[in-house]
Design a protein around this ligand. Structure first.
Ligand code: AMP
Length: 507
């Protein structure tokens, strides 16, 4: 018998098995009225109402619905209210500029745009057929009590499109099918031991790889979602204490913030021997791993993956065989990206690029068949990361693609170079990542100028064009930039002096 895998399955199980349980505790401090605490029955009802409201607007199955919002119960509900009845959710990074968001709304062909009240001004600049401000328009989105029109479930249908900054100046829309999301969430949930006692803190933005699949994995098991809108180490610790959090995910930069906050925390840091934290986005330093385990007493788990792989490719988690090793050796072993997750095949090609196969690799890039064909050449997904595989474990050593990862977010160097080059005094620009304690990598611009301009002016020039996190934090002027005979920038040479003494070229 064939029965399609759709993300509605996760909600249906929760509303059937755990209707009276707390599903979500919304962020209390937000510009919209907080939804407070909702049970799974109530979350299910909101999802149905959202689907019914989209029916009434005449938004058909397969149409795109873009939501630009910080983490909130409304965004969580939309994963089910939009995708659960066949529409496609486009969760957009709220830190982008209105021009960047306009591009994504336009490129995805979204018919509906919902924005957080703090981003209301977007609606003056971005064109879309139906627009809503979350919270203020609740009675237009979540009040329709009629039954939503049934959707002919199809596991190969696109469920989400996540725009990612890759090697090109423009972001690409990663299409995930219901099947992709289902398999990622199930394997992830299993390998991370998600169960009905879990209290999951959403430190990871929901727009980033769909919160790595936790809207589905945690819901399917009847766990509790705790929303958090802003990243602040002390506030994270406070919520862990208040809600009895057992589980969270974070980029290394967020872990560093938590470790800093723990130093000035009065009394026992909450969650000892209870919390597990999954870290990804960049390789965490061994010392960070040791501190998480020793100072916080939390379980440390690492995963590696990309937006294009939903994301779970590898996981690094303590094994019974390592129990007797000393903590530094354990941290070293946990510092590898990990072993392939169930159903994932990995190899490296002759250039050392990591290639992956799985049932949750992207279906394709939205409206971009060339990029899809290139990324999936030979029926392997080309990660653009350089690595080695030893004893079944992958270590990421460098990045083949021209991407900088700062604070857990991808920045396309080319996009920043474009912004710099649009300044009349800039003749040449090369943007690289250099190792940085706080950000992992610091966006750094090496610039050749004609005429007068200061680093501060160049940074301000970028700020007017790009999201703040993409702008160079450091600008250095050069007489010339090293190039190959064919005129290509030799970025590895430009990076070299900054990376001296590091054994890998990623941080
Ligand atoms: P994104 O698509 O924004 O999630 O970024 C994916 C990229 O983050 C990968 O291609 C890697 O370069 C990097 N990345 C993710 N996880 C890890 C990890 N555990 N170690 C090293 N790099 C990582």
């Amino acid at each position: 018998m064939f029965f399609p895998l759709t993300i509605r399955d996760f909600l249906d199980r929760a509303t059937t098995v755990y209707p009276d349980r707390v599903a979500v505790v919304d962020e209390p401090d937000q510009p919209a009225a907080s939804w407070g605490t909702l049970t799974y029955a109530e979350l299910g009802l909101r999802a149905r109402r959202q689907a019914a409201a989209l029916d009434r607007l005449g938004v058909p199955a397969a149409a795109r619905v873009a939501v630009v919002s910080q983490n909130s119960a409304r965004l969580l509900a939309s994963f089910f209210g939009v995708c659960g009845w066949g529409r496609v959710l486009v969760p957009v990074n709220f830190r982008l500029t209105s021009a960047e968001i306009g591009y994504i709304v336009n490129h995805s062909g979204a018919e509906v745009l919902m924005v957080d009240p703090a981003l209301r001004s977007l609606l003056d600049e971005v064109d879309c057929k139906h627009t809503f401000v979350l919270g203020e328009d609740d009675d237009r989105i979540w009040a329709d009590a009629s039954d939503p029109r049934p959707w002919e479930a199809d596991e190969t249908a696109t469920a989400t499109i996540n725009y990612t900054s890759g090697t090109t100046a423009r972001p690409k829309g990663v299409q995930m099918t219901h099947r992709n999301l289902w398999v990622n969430a199930s394997v992830f949930g299993w390998q991370a031991s998600v169960d009905d006692r879990d209290v999951y803190l959403h430190t990871l933005p929901l727009f980033h790889v769909n919160g790595w699949g936790h809207p589905f994995a945690v819901t399917g098991m009847g766990g509790r979602h705790i929303m958090i809108r802003q990243i602040d180490g002390t506030e994270i610790l406070r919520r862990i204490e208040e809600h009895g959090v057992t589980y969270l995910c974070a980029a290394p930069a967020v872990v560093a913030t938590i470790l800093d906050a723990a130093e000035s925390w009065e009394g026992e840091v909450p969650g000892r021997d209870r919390v597990r934290v999954i870290v990804a986005g960049a390789p965490p330093p061994t010392r960070t791993i040791e501190r998480v385990r020793r100072d916080l007493g939390w379980e440390f788990i690492q995963i590696y993956g990309l937006t294009e792989t939903a994301p779970l490719l590898t996981m690094s988690r303590m094994r019974a065989e390592w129990a007797e090793l000393d903590p530094t050796e354990q941290a070293r072993l946990l510092g590898r990206a990990g072993a392939p997750a169930l159903g994932v095949r990995l190899m490296t090609d002759d250039d050392g690029e990591v290639l992956a196969r799985s049932n949750h690799n992207l279906d394709g890039y939205w409206d971009n068949p060339e990029a899809t064909a290139e990324a999936l050449a030979g029926n392997w997904f080309h990660t653009g990361d350089g690595g080695t595989i030893q004893d079944g474990y992958l270590t990421i050593a460098d990045r083949k693609k021209d991407v900088i990862i700062t604070g857990g977010e991808n920045v396309s160097s080319i996009e920043v170079e474009d912004a710099l080059m649009s300044h009349p005094a800039v003749r040449e620009a090369a943007v690289i990542g250099i190792p940085d304690e706080k950000w992992g990598e610091l966006v750094t611009a090496l610039v050749v100028i004609d005429g007068e301009v200061s680093p501060e002016e160049l940074i301000a020039h970028c700020r007017a064009r790009l999201a703040g996190y993409k702008c160079p934090k450091r600008v250095e002027f050069r007489r010339e930039l090293v190039r190959t005979a064919t005129g290509k920038l030799q970025k590895f040479k430009l990076r070299e002096p900054f990376w001296e003494g590091h054994d890998r070229q990623v941080h």
